[in-house]
Design a protein around this ligand. Structure first.
Ligand SMILES: Nc1ncnc2c1ncn2[C@@H]1O[C@H](COP(=O)(O)OP(=O)(O)OP(=O)(O)O)[C@@H](O)[C@H]1O
Ligand SMILES: [Mg+2]
Length: 241
């Protein structure tokens, strides 16, 4: 694709976003694709009238007030969050390892990179943007082993550009990754979380029909103390049995 064609696709994605973007409390400081907000996430897809992704049990756990709308073009059977609370302990590595193992078994697998300020997944899979879309939403990129990926770094023009956004904008982006991405049929979606117990894990736990979580830790007392916070947070959300 020529640079001109690429730019045209980007402009189209921005136009789609503008038609859908919800007002937010704070505007992003930086402007991906020279525009405010998340480019390409949107489209004019009709809102799903019934929930079509997630297990019944996981959907029942969701509070309607926070639940993210399904995309009518996505059917995601199982959603698994990968958390730790602590940074650098191997969440992204474990996410990719699990995704690869399931893909190898023949399942249809996706990774939602919910680490908006420190996205690792596209680099690990050597996939690059800009993610393409149509009026119904944005397509994930597909890795060589078939794993579908959506990450903020597939939407930014410069992969090294920092994302300097307030919490609500970051959390809103994660919800858009669920609602506005055309995931198609997925057996297992793994959600790679950022460190901490902030807006993103809270949004994922409250808005997506999570079946369960994988908690990643390393064997140091300091790490364990912080990872326990993530464990306790998941407990508060009804995700520890
Ligand atoms: N099991 C492992 N053995 C050896 N090295 C590992 C293992 N898991 C991860 N690493 C290495 O540790 C580093 C951090 O891993 P990774 O990026 O997966 O952590 P993370 O928890 O996702 O970090 P962040 O909180 O920044 O998102 C990477 O360089 C990765 O290659
Ligand atoms: Mg990571």
């Amino acid at each position: 694709m020529t640079e001109e064609e690429k730019q045209k696709k980007i402009d189209e994605a921005i136009a789609r976003l503008k038609s859908k973007q919800q007002p937010v409390e704070e505007e992003p400081v930086n402007k991906p694709h020279e525009e405010k907000g998340v480019p390409g996430m949107g489209g004019n897809a009709p809102l799903a009238t019934e929930r079509i992704s997630g297990t019944e049990e996981a959907r029942n756990r969701l509070n309607a007030e926070f639940a993210a709308d399904d995309n009518p073009f996505s059917h995601i059977k199982h959603v698994i969050g990968v958390v730790s609370g602590k940074g650098g302990v191997g969440k992204s590595f474990v996410t990719a390892a699990m995704a690869n193992a399931m893909a190898k078994k023949g399942y249809k697998v996706a990774i939602m990179d919910a680490d908006i300020t420190g996205p690792s997944i596209p680099k690990m899979y050597d996939v690059h943007g800009p993610a393409m879309g149509n009026e119904n939403g944005t397509y994930p990129e597909v890795a060589r082993n078939g794993v579908k990926i959506m990450s903020i770094n597939l939407l930014l023009q410069d992969e090294e550009a920092p994302v300097v956004w307030r919490g609500p904008v970051i959390a809103g982006t994660v919800k858009q990754f669920w609602t506005d991405v055309l995931w198609g049929d997925i057996d297992y979606m793994f959600v790679d979380m950022p460190p901490g117990t902030g807006d993103v894990p809270l949004t994922v736990f409250q808005s997506l029909p999570i079946d369960g979580i994988v908690i990643v830790t390393s064997p140091q007392d300091l790490v364990k103390m912080i990872v326990k916070k993530a464990y306790n947070m998941a407990g508060m959300m009804g995700l520890v049995w």
